[in-house]
Design a protein around this ligand. Sequence first.
Ligand SMILES: *Cc1c(COP(=O)(O)O)cnc(C)c1O
Length: 364
Amino acid sequence: MEELRIPGPTPLPSEVLQALSRQMINHRGPEFGQILNRVTANLKQLFQTKGDVFLLTGSGTGGLETAIVNTLSPGDKVLSVSVGAFGDRFATIAEQFGAEVILLRFEWGKAADIDAVRQALQAEPKIKAVLVTHNETSTGVTNDLASISLVVKEFDKLLLVDAISSLGSINLPVDDWHLDVAVTGSQKGWMAPPGLAMVSLSPEAWQANAKAKMPRFYWDFAKAKSYLEIEQTPWTPAITTVFALSASLEMMLKEGLPNIIARHARVAKATRDGIKSLGLSLFAEEGYASNTVTAVAASDGLDTKKMLRILRQEHQIVLAGGQQRLDGKIFRIGHLGWVTEDDIKPVISALKVVLPQAGFRSAS
Ligand SMILES: *Cc1c(COP(=O)(O)O)cnc(C)c1O
């Protein structure tokens, strides 16, 4: 079997695999209602929020679209803070729905600069919302969201956050950090298959929702809320993924959020140390390297495509390449969800063998 070490989808524990083999039930019946209630309550704990949390059937990107169309109107000015491919995607969604996007981009591999965010907000008082990626999966960078939030709230703007690859793995106290909408996806740190986006809403997000005029039908928070009150979802949900998520959330609560966060930090450190021991360097700016995905710079003759192929064919280890302009320039190791330090050791050992086969000439 292949060792899947990409930043989503992530491997599933046996408890979750078992949940996946369940027979279908009526999604408008009492049993599903109970599951939906419990899953929602468990998610609120892990989001560290007392606000509303919805399960939406779709991938993470659908969740991002939901955040935009439910809080904004065409013509609204938004500040989009982007440090990579997913930050750019969030901005593009807003633009497609008619927002006036002010793009604040940072060099890929770097984190967002807080002073630049403040200056952008000072320069344009009409900005309504700020879009930001907490953990930029394409570059392996985690933004200092606590500090960004302080600035955004100093200016009293809505804060919409792509937390797809951080929530449930990296500390993200949604209420303490005043996130108005936070979005994640079942196939990242949640040890569940793809199929669900999970989103939280603050009271301010609801106020914005009451006035938001962007077109929406399937992705509608008001419908999600009215159906959750009768223990249902507006549309047929990905029932099997809900079963799986229900099982994985029980595991997560048993482990405890602080332990999960600490485990991700340890696994990430082991990964970074292992990479450096091989003579490779991290792509992420010092101090901002992600605890869920490590991006490694291709240096000293390394052919990443060849490396990824040999790893897969001869070592049954699947890592990720770079996206868009980082294609061939970096490779990425996903370490989120069901992962321990012991899962990283074979990756580093295999890399040690494969790197010279893929052209890497170590400096030492
Ligand atoms: C995976 C990911 C997405 C995209 O999610 P999909 O489920 O593929 O739609 C967006 N943003 C970030 C930060 C991600 O890690």
